[in-house]
Design a protein around this ligand. Structure first.
Ligand code: R2B
Ligand code: URA
Length: 295
């Protein structure tokens, strides 16, 4: 297993103007620096797990509670700190935060900014960010888990560095076991600003191309070794890279819900979908337990 290196980097922000504000409002997560003692509430945070849906992040919080023996005896459900705005959900279990980010980079970007500021005001140190999400696959079986090594947009590599943290990815991959009932791979992720035309689907409200065009595009992706398609990795990894050296690193771990070489529709078997969506959570939870659980 990976070693626990003693590092002490406080989470920083690249905005000196923040220091001149009397009060900073983290508007979309319903917190501010005047009314909340952010250091007292969140100063112990070591990991922030982002995922699309609020309910998935609540389930993940319950799972963390169970694994760490943190479930309160009165069975109280996890508190949603962001409930006041109804935009995102923000839960905490021990040193782990679970945050919903909605769909796409703009939605992710808003909450990512406010969470980095939260970590800064709370004086957190050496925090690891994860996106535990879902995606389409390119020639890979549904249920497979993909750890992103780099993110690309429109099939081209972008200029902004959206590279994964190699050390963190290696630590996550060390948590894969032979007995896992799913395959975990690492590879390049295509990040799109849309679910339908942007991902060459034939079932959107608009479609000005034919099946052959879609197949040609997906084959092109496969030739470029792109193994999955989703909607946040580029922004997530670019923002994590921007925070490099400022007490923060991040990784993207997603479950494939459909092999796009086989079709566009995601199955409507809710139980199976929940099972697949839980896989990145299981893997990241294993990482968290190794890193932060009782030694
Ligand atoms: C995966 O699933 C969502 C679209 O259904 C989007 O947030 C993503 O990246
Ligand atoms: N999320 C996406 O963005 N695309 C898919 O095909 C599945 C989930």
């Amino acid at each position: 297993m990976f070693s626990l290196k003693a590092r002490t980097h406080a989470v920083g922000v690249r905005n000196p103007k923040l220091k001149s504000f009397k009060t900073d409002h983290l508007y979309h997560i319903a917190l501010d620096t005047a009314h909340n003692d952010l250091q007292e509430m969140f100063g112990d945070v070591k990991c922030v797990c982002f995922g699309g849906q609020p309910s998935r992040m609540e389930r993940f919080t319950k799972l963390i509670r169970e694994e760490f023996g943190l479930t309160p005896s009165n069975g109280e459900p996890p508190r949603n700190y962001a409930a006041g705005t109804d935009r995102y959900a923000l839960y905490k279990a021990g040193p782990i935060l679970a945050v919903s980010h909605g769909i796409g980079i703009p939605s992710l970007s808003v909450v990512f900014n406010e969470i980095v500021k939260l970590m800064y005001y709370a004086k957190c140190k050496d925090v690891t960010f994860f996106r535990i999400g879902t995606c389409g696959g390119v020639g890979l079986e549904p249920g497979t888990v993909v750890v992103t090594d780099k993110a690309s947009i429109l099939g081209k590599k972008v200029e902004r560095p959206a590279l994964a943290n190699k050390e963190l990815n290696a630590e996550i991959l060390e948590c894969v076991t032979e007995t896992d009932e799913f395959k975990t791979v690492t590879g390049t992720t295509l990040c799109c600003d849309d679910f339908y035309e942007g991902q060459a689907r034939l079932d959107g409200a608009f479609c000005d191309y034919e099946e052959e065009d879609k197949v040609r595009f997906l084959q092109f992706l496969k030739e470029k070794n792109i193994c999955n398609i989703e909607m946040e990795s580029l922004g997530f990894l670019a923002m994590c890279s921007s925070c490099k050296g400022a007490g923060l690193r991040g990784a993207v771990v997603c479950a494939i819900l459909v092999d796009r070489l086989q079709g566009d529709y995601i199955i409507n078997d809710i139980e199976k979908l929940h099972q697949w969506q839980a896989r990145p959570q299981q893997l990241v939870l294993r990482y968290i337990k190794h890193k932060f659980g009782p030694q």
